[in-house]
Design a protein around this ligand. Structure first.
Ligand SMILES: NC(=O)c1ccc[n+]([C@@H]2O[C@H](COP(=O)([O-])OP(=O)(O)OC[C@H]3O[C@@H](n4cnc5c(N)ncnc54)[C@H](O)[C@@H]3O)[C@@H](O)[C@H]2O)c1
Length: 380
């Protein structure tokens, strides 16, 4: 066990899941692959940008044989067609019931590969190695897997935790500015939900964040960014918020719902935007979703206005959008009705902030409130 890594333990529906964070986290892979050799599904960008590190992870894992499927990252791979191709490949490779599937990539690769792992032969051992900020603080934790279908975001999926999540911040050196921004949306979310000190620290760093993330070419990596902010600690603290919530409520019956802050509207905007010429990324859509619910909560006097302004300010400093044109009303209703957070018993439930660090779950939001604040001017 590396002394350079931190270990966060989860017990999810009786399944043990360990989050390992550190520069050598990938070298722990062998501990989570009891019977080998594993199969690998790897984001092809990551494979091309970090070939030596990937090779080291694979060869260090006791089983040297490497059978790898490369996939492009991005929302489009979260499809039934792509899942079918993975099943074909798993069949060709003859992955047995007691075999292991290892996914290396961002949230899209992990969501898709996790779903494949959870359903192939009714569930094989799954290990994930997140390579984006968003995946390290959110997508890799808590065992939700998903693909998109029927024009809706994530309606098909399973609860199936990875036995190991191996997070190494070093992978982030090659992220583009837009991927950093997306990751910040989920990092800010976790801080707002469960770590007010972390939120205050990020808010205090907003001028530096603005210079580093808020400006510049969104398609390029950011030179020297790993040394500019305490990423490892920020990832750890954000991961701890999610680890705590999923440990208490794996099946999302109560407290875990707070992680949907910004997501009810965010998923609708993301799904709708896929039909347009300007698709929003997941992080951008969540950012707008959070900005809108903070404005609604402030207008209702549920959340103090200064805190809502802090949230808007911090999102903007990271170059994230806080408003957009509303989708056509009929489509918005349709997509909201199709959102997976609609339950027969509770209807569509929203997360509204009471303050930074405290969320109200199962809240109701009216359409006129949404429309008023979705297209709102940047600040009150
Ligand atoms: N399962 C969950 O609980 C959960 C939670 C939050 C988000 N998600 C899902 O996560 C997805 C978004 O994840 P994402 O933002 O990581 O997107 P992504 O997987 O599309 O990755 C973003 C881009 O970064 C590239 N990339 C990945 N690692 C890289 C690296 N180290 N260097 C350079 N480029 C790299 C990818 O190829 C891709 O182009 C969404 O589909 C969302 O629904 C899931």
């Amino acid at each position: 066990m590396s002394e350079h890594s931190q270990f966060l333990e989860m017990n999810l529906d009786g399944r043990k899941s360990t989050y390992v964070l550190g520069p050598l986290a990938g070298l722990e892979l062998g501990r989570f692959v009891p019977l080998g050799p594993p199969l690998y599904i790897i984001d092809q960008t990551v494979a091309s940008m970090h070939p030596e590190w990937i090779e080291q992870i694979q060869t260090n894992c006791a089983h040297c044989e490497q059978r790898t499927l490369l996939l492009p990252g991005g929302e489009k791979i979260k499809s039934l067609a792509q899942l079918g191709e993975i099943y074909d490949w798993l069949s060709q490779q003859n992955l047995p019931r007691d075999g292991s599937l290892v996914a290396i990539g961002g949230g899209t690769v992990l969501d898709l590969a996790g779903l494949a792992a959870s359903t192939w032969r009714r569930g094989v051992n799954f290990v994930s190695i997140p390579t984006t900020l968003l995946a390290m603080v959110d997508a890799a934790i808590g065992g939700k897997t998903a693909i998109n279908a029927a024009g809706i975001k994530n309606p098909v999926g399973t609860f199936y935790p990875a036995s190991g999540v191996l997070a190494d911040v070093g992978f982030l050196s090659t992220l583009t500015r837009s991927d950093w921004r997306d990751g910040m949306a989920e990092l800010i979310k976790s801080a707002a939900i469960g770590n007010a000190e972390l939120f205050a620290e990020i808010h205090a760093a907003r001028q530096d964040l603005e210079k580093t993330l808020g400006q510049g070419d969104v398609h390029q990596p950011i030179a020297g960014i790993l040394g500019k902010f305490p990423w490892r600690r920020w990832v750890q603290q954000a991961a701890e918020v999610k680890v705590d919530l999923v440990n208490r409520d794996f099946r999302e019956k109560g407290p875990r719902k707070s992680l949907n802050l910004g997501h009810t509207l965010g998923h609708v905007l993301e799904a709708y935007s896929q039909r347009t010429k300007q698709p929003l990324s997941h992080g951008q859509a969540v950012s707008i979703g959070m900005a809108v619910v903070f404005r609604i909560a402030a207008e209702r006097n549920l959340c103090p206005v200064p805190q809502a302004l802090q949230m808007l300010g911090v999102l903007e400093s990271c170059g994230l959008p806080i408003s957009c044109q509303a989708p056509p009303l009929n489509l918005m209703d349709e997509l909201l009705a199709g959102d997976k957070k609609t339950s027969a018993r509770d209807g569509l439930s929203w997360v509204l902030p009471e303050r930074i660090g405290k969320m109200k779950i199962n809240a109701r939001v009216q359409q006129d409130e949404l429309l008023r604040w979705l297209e709102a001017p940047p600040l009150f």
